[in-house]
Design a protein around this ligand. Structure first.
Ligand SMILES: C[S@@+](CC[C@H](N)C(=O)[O-])C[C@H]1O[C@@H](n2cnc3c(N)ncnc32)[C@H](O)[C@@H]1O
Length: 219
């Protein structure tokens, strides 16, 4: 495990590599640097670090499906979203939603790599009743997201709440293959969605036994 000093230096390098719009052109440098990091720090920033080929395949699929506005729920630091938008370029808008603003604004959290929106008091019934389609579009500057993305999400109740209010037809689940030893809920390959409502539309294998599963709402 790294000591605090080396962790701070590595974080600073990541902040440098992601600072400003020009940095997006050099997203591959961030991946190369990511490969040198201690596993614990990697996970603090992002649960699964995709390869350049993973990101390219993902971007091609979004492009093919015409998905231009994606809201990532539980995006954490937003580093994956930063990478996705760097690869996708201007055509793709990817926005993030998190809970617990106090944590993400605290000195203990890593910096956010995209502007974060917050669902206030995510655990209370009151806040769930304020969750609606227009809240989701507010998170994307007034544009209705064409897809919701959940990466390593692990909160079934909230997942179902978001699906209930989402008016689009695409959801993207990123996470480990079942049986790989990491639990997420939903799991991308076993999301326990009603077959009457959602069908698996596309699957992309990612590095380290991870998958991207894209589901489409049935008419
Ligand atoms: C395992 S982390 C994954 C973070 C990030 N997507 C990644 O892949 O690195 C799950 C995230 O979901 C967030 N989360 C849990 N419940 C949520 C809710 N109701 N609304 C929004 N985010 C939530 C947590 O705060 C946490 O950051």
């Amino acid at each position: 495990m790294w000591d605090e000093q080396s962790e701070l230096a590595a974080l600073q390098e990541i902040y440098n590599l992601t600072a400003g719009d020009e940095a997006k052109k050099n997203w591959r440098k961030l991946l190369v640097f990511g490969n040198t990091l201690d596993q614990q720090l990697k996970r603090k920033l992002l649960w699964i670090w995709p390869t350049a080929s993973d990101l390219t395949k993902f971007h091609q699929k979004l492009d093919h499906l015409g998905l231009q506005t994606v809201l990532s729920i539980g995006c954490g630091s937003g580093l994956l979203e930063w990478l996705i938008s760097a690869v996708g370029g201007e055509k793709l808008r990817i926005c993030g939603l998190e809970r617990d603003p106090n944590w993400w604004r605290s000195k203990y959290a890593v910096r956010s790599f995209i502007p974060l929106n917050y669902i206030e008091n995510a655990e209370t019934i009151d806040s769930r009743s304020s969750l609606n389609a227009s809240f989701l579009s507010d998170c994307c500057s007034g544009l209705m997201p064409s897809a919701l993305l959940f990466c390593y999400f692990n909160n079934r109740r909230a997942f179902l709440d978001y699906l209930n209010v989402f008016e689009g037809i695409w959801i993207i689940l990123i996470g480990p293959e079942p049986g790989f030893g990491i639990h997420t809920d939903p799991n991308p390959l076993q999301p326990e969605l009603s077959n009457n409502w959602w069908a698996l539309h596309a699957l992309i294998d990612w590095t380290e036994h991870n998958v991207v599963a894209i589901y489409k709402k049935l008419e």
